[in-house]
Write a protein that binds this ligand. Sequence first.
Ligand SMILES: [Zn+2]
Length: 184
Amino acid sequence: MSPQILALDVAGAPHRWLNVRQAAHYYATGMVAWTAGTNEFVLRGGIQRSTGVQSKICANSIIAIKGRDFMVRNFDHTPSLTKDMLLARDRYVCAYCAQRFKYDQLDLEHIIPKSKGGEDSWTNLVAACKACNHRKGGKTIEETRFRLHRTPFEPRSDVYSLFTPYLADERNEAWRTYLFLGRN
Ligand SMILES: [Zn+2]
């Protein structure tokens, strides 16, 4: 997979993925308002005849692009709920035992069980390991000794789906953190 750069609008809303060449275009035209990533990608250009120096552009892994055309709309739209998205939100950590697991070792667990009217919603579903999910079964939290390790929340925007192809990619940890925990 070629390096991907996350482009934001000036307000910091995630917009789309760029390859290094596309990002270089925004750098070259002075459209990069600010950067936030920790990784850098280097794009090498032609060699200048007079100096013999090869031009290069360093592109940050997260760049904000100026201009109204690049503003993200519908940013407050709630993303659709999938296992991928929910596990990414919960960072592959079981909501009850607080241990980290792999994708296949985690289930989506209803805090209020379906049998008691619990919904399939961002705030009623958490990642839980098979053991915790099994032990909690169809009971409510009050009926068990379980405690929620953290309160589930509803993510901010459908642009989270930008991350779906990259959720298993550890190199994108910084970008996931950025999206799920907010801007710094
Ligand atoms: Zn667990």
